[in-house]
Design a protein around this ligand. Structure first.
Ligand code: ADP
Ligand code: MG
Length: 397
């Protein structure tokens, strides 16, 4: 789960990280009211969407000459003018995809006097099985280019999760970021704070880009992007409360209500599969026969008829879906339960696209019987290969 920049900053601030003063607003009136209370003379108006690259992003409605999704303003009037231009419009960045994201909230922040922009993130480094800091002196808006063109400018420091973060670790980060004097002192405090927030809140990513050295020599967190491990959210009610459903895929929200492992994708073959491994294999084989899956969906081991029905409805509600492939290997999951769910869902919502079903394993005969006895228009398949070929052929008409 992701949260907005201003929420991430508040959270990091509660651990003691240095951030600028600021306020999230939803209207031009609110912007004016709050900006008047800010010290000035430099203000920054920042689009709050769950995607990075906002500074270099462009608003669809405003054309390429207009300023981007993060704007500097030098008076309250300029703040308000920018807010009016930005609110409600669609920001397209490298991370949003071409459709962009509608900006419904803005964050108005005190402007900082920037001397240097650095990059810092904490993530789980799977190669060493530990949390790791990734830092670079080349922070700001183009870290992807730095990683590609000058990878030697990126420094990685894995942290021993048992010992936790040590002063020696912080000193290494200071050295890598070329921090001295006050900035180095700030670093000794800030790095452990960020590590603590990362581990205590079960984050999967904490990215500060840029972390800045200000003209007065002090450090400040200027941008913050945080993702949380979805499997740990049950123990963080405070984080759950920050969820912004308008940023999430509607189908994924519906799936999460039914406890289904579902991820929306760009293709046009809807998949209903049990077991993550089989789901991956099914997606691969669809690609091998020249089509793209519309989703990943694992209905799980102990799915009920209700759950299968819900899953089927989510798949059919996607207008991109031109065909559906149900691929079930009944182990703990029984084929008759799947068959009942499919038949019930088709009766409830109808079937407007071809449906290929491959059932194997526990109660397979019973399952096939249920489908044959219904008047659902199913193309039966014998194995995975056969199923993939049949659905690809079916959608090509
Ligand atoms: P994004 O990464 O989505 O483009 P950032 O928050 O990193 O958004 O902002 C982009 C750039 O805007 C920063 O690299 C920095 O140069 C400038 N910026 C952002 N916030 C401030 C601020 N409070 N004061 C001064 N400049 C800022
Ligand atoms: Mg940034």
């Amino acid at each position: 789960m992701n949260i907005h920049e201003y929420q991430a900053k508040r959270l990091l601030h509660s651990y003691g990280a240095p951030i600028a003063g600021g306020v999230a607003i939803y209207s031009a009136e609110q912007a004016e009211e709050w900006a008047k209370k800010m010290p000035g003379p430099l203000y920054v108006v920042k689009s709050q969407i769950h995607a990075g690259g906002r500074g270099k992003g462009k608003f669809k409605e405003l054309g390429d000459d207009a300023a981007g999704g993060v704007r500097l303003a030098r008076s309250v009037e300029e703040v308000v003018q920018n807010v009016k231009e930005m609110l409600g419009n669609t920001l397209v960045t490298k991370q949003t995809g071409p459709e962009g994201k509608q900006v419904n909230r803005l964050y108005i922040e005190d402007g900082a006097d920037i001397d240097r922009e650095l990059y810092l993130s904490i993530l789980i480094d799977r190669t060493v099985g530990r949390p790791a800091f990734v830092v670079s002196t080349e922070g700001g808006m183009d870290i992807e280019a730095v990683a590609e063109e000058t990878p030697e400018k990126i420094f990685t420091l894995p942290i021993d999760p048992i010992k936790g973060m040590t002063d020696a670790d912080s000193r290494k980060l200071n050295r890598a970021l070329k921090l001295t004097k006050d900035a180095a002192k700030d670093g000794m405090e800030l790095f452990p704070i960020l590590y603590k927030a990362f581990t205590e809140k079960d984050m999967s990513l904490l990215e500060v880009n840029p972390l800045i050295v200000m003209k007065d020599g002090r450090l400040r967190v200027l941008d913050a992007k945080v993702s949380f491990d979805g499997n740990a959210l049950f123990r963080h009610d405070d984080i759950m409360a920050l969820r912004d459903l308008s940023e999430e895929d509607e189908k994924e929200i519906e799936a999460s209500k039914h406890d289904l492992a579902y991820v929306a994708l760009d293709g046009n073959i809807g998949c209903m599969v049990n077991g993550a491994g089989l789901a991956m294999a099914t997606m691969d084989i669809i690609k091998q026969y020249g089509e793209e899956p519309a989703n990943f969906l694992d209905v799980g081991g102990g799915a009920t008829t209700e759950k299968v029905t819900a899953a089927f409805k989510i798949i059919t509600a996607d207008p991109k879906v031109k065909g559906i492939l149900v691929n079930i290997f009944g182990g703990i999951m029984k084929c008759d339960v799947i068959a009942e769910g499919v038949v019930k869902a088709v009766k409830d919502v109808g079937l407007k696209v071809p449906l290929v079903v491959r059932l194997e394993g526990t109660n397979v005969e019973k399952g096939k019987q249920i489908i044959n006895d219904s008047d659902v228009d199913v193309i039966a398949a014998d194995d995975l290969d056969d199923a993939a070929q049949k659905i690809v052929k079916a959608i090509k008409g």
